[in-house]
Design a protein around this ligand. Structure first.
Ligand code: ATP
Ligand code: MG
Length: 434
């Protein structure tokens, strides 16, 4: 095969969302948008490309994402190091600092969009994937941690997901982490033989990350490691207890998971994950926590903040084949055109119907006029409820024939094309606002 005719395919791990899946994605996004509005969270859109130091400084050098998963490249004109965003929190915080967004108080924000990580693709783990996320910035109190968790729980519940468990932990503040870190290093040094290569390498640079390992062989040594929780001072403990109390009062069940440390360095105090057992190793559908140190780490004024991100692919995988998923939409009506010469008038009528909220699909083909029979076949296949038959005789009387495609007992009726407002609503399956 010559080079010119070779088929070009998508990049590995980056998926095309074809109309069926894409419809579900849009549905999920609109459900999330609607929920965020009820909690008074506002949308923010930051660029897909950021400078590489934003992530190296923000997420931490010794993290999976920064060490192995970033798509980084140089700007071809000035050589600037750039990276496709692997997550959105760092970018949102950068934007908040850059635009002094918190000048008049805390802000509640949400985003949705694609993230990029160079991982081994498998079900629920892709190289381009979509996240929905929320951030509350400028609030120090535990009630905001709880608000975010309650909001995520409500979204998952409203989507129809009932079998998720919520795991929580506290990572404390930096002095508590330092004390724990020393104990952790001493412990792992005593058990070096049980650590894998990754863990040994991180043992001194970032021992907390070792707790985040997905290697089942290290499970026991991690389970018996000193708990950060036991190093928390009274302030961190009170903060955590208040979060738990609010969740309890709101009927949200959770368990404390001492192994939960999250994959990124910026977390402090509360961290949490919503987990399912149905997706194997890709079981975390929503994850987040407090990141009180990130603003200062990125050169801004110290500012408390907390947020979460939800993996849309995993949420949709869980919902696939459940009754909660919306059906792919079908048109209300399919327009059958007997005479190609009448298209100018047909299009005018269809446009008028659409102005009145009717979803109409127009018959079109490339090979000139198709028979009425083949047009009816197409109409049937489209899933439409009605066929609008534009035949010359009726059009001469400024009428269109309407035939119910799903109920043969309903006879064909004629309707005037100059009085559409009167009968358009009878064709509509959905209210106008959709
Ligand atoms: P994991 O432990 O599964 O690698 P993570 O801790 O790296 O997840 P976060 O950075 O917390 O993930 O991202 C938040 C959510 O985004 C995850 O809980 C997951 O639902 C989703 N997510 C993360 N990475 C991917 C990916 N490569 N493909 C699809 N979804 C992802
Ligand atoms: Mg990961």
């Amino acid at each position: 095969m010559s080079e010119g005719s070779q088929r070009i395919v998508a990049v590995k791990g980056m998926n095309d969302l074809l109309p069926g899946r894409s419809h579900r994605v849009e549905w999920l996004e609109s459900r999330a948008r609607e929920l965020f509005a009820r909690y008074a969270y506002r949308n923010i859109r930051t660029p897909i490309v950021e400078t590489t130091p934003l992530f190296v400084r923000g997420l931490g050098e010794v993290t999976d994402v920064v060490e192995k998963e970033m798509y980084s490249f140089e700007d071809r004109l000035n050589g600037d190091p750039l990276t496709l965003r692997p997550e959105a929190t760092a970018g949102v915080v950068r934007a908040a600092i850059e635009h002094n967004l918190l000048y008049d108080g805390g802000k509640r924000l949400y985003y949705m969009g694609p993230m990029f990580r160079h991982e081994r693709p498998q079900k629920g783990r892709y190289r381009q994937f979509d996240q929905i996320g929320a951030e509350a910035m400028g609030f120090a109190g535990p009630e905001v941690d709880a608000e975010l968790i309650v909001m995520a729980a409500q979204l998952l519940h409203e989507l129809g997901l009932r079998d998720l468990r919520l795991e929580l932990n506290s990572l404390g503040i930096s002095s508590e982490r330092s004390a724990h870190r020393m104990a952790l290093i001493a412990y792992f040094e005593r058990h070096l033989a049980l650590l894998d290569a990754d863990a040994r390498r991180r043992l001194h640079s970032n021992p907390l990350r070792v707790l985040d390992s997905k290697n089942p062989a290290m499970r026991a040594v991690i389970d018996n490691a000193p708990r950060l929780f036991d190093f928390l001072g009274p302030e961190s403990r009170t903060h955590f207890d208040r979060v738990l109390a609010i969740l309890d009062a709101n009927g949200i069940a959770c368990t404390i998971q001492h192994r939960l440390v999250r994959g990124l360095d910026y977390y402090t105090k509360t961290v949490f994950e919503f987990i399912t057992d149905q997706l194997g190793a890709q079981g975390t559908v929503c994850a987040g926590g407090r990141y009180d140190g990130l603003f200062a780490q990125l050169g801004g004024k110290p500012t408390p903040a907390v947020g979460w991100a939800m993996g849309m692919d995993r949420v949709l995988d869980l919902l696939d084949d459940t009754e909660h998923m919306p059906d792919t939409p079908v048109p209300d009506a399919y327009a059958i055109v007997a005479e190609p010469a009448t298209y100018p008038e047909v299009l005018r009528v269809l446009q008028e119907l659409r102005r009145h909220g009717v979803c109409v699909q127009m018959h079109a083909d490339t090979a000139g006029a198709s028979s009425l029979k083949s047009q009816f076949k197409r109409a049937d296949a489209s899933g439409a409820t009605y066929a609008l038959v534009f035949a010359q005789d009726e059009m001469a009387h400024r009428q269109v024939a309407i035939k119910h495609l799903r109920d043969a007992s309903i006879g064909q009726i004629l309707r005037p094309v100059d009085d559409i407002a009167n009968w358009a609503p009878t064709l509509q399956s959905r209210p106008l606002s959709h």
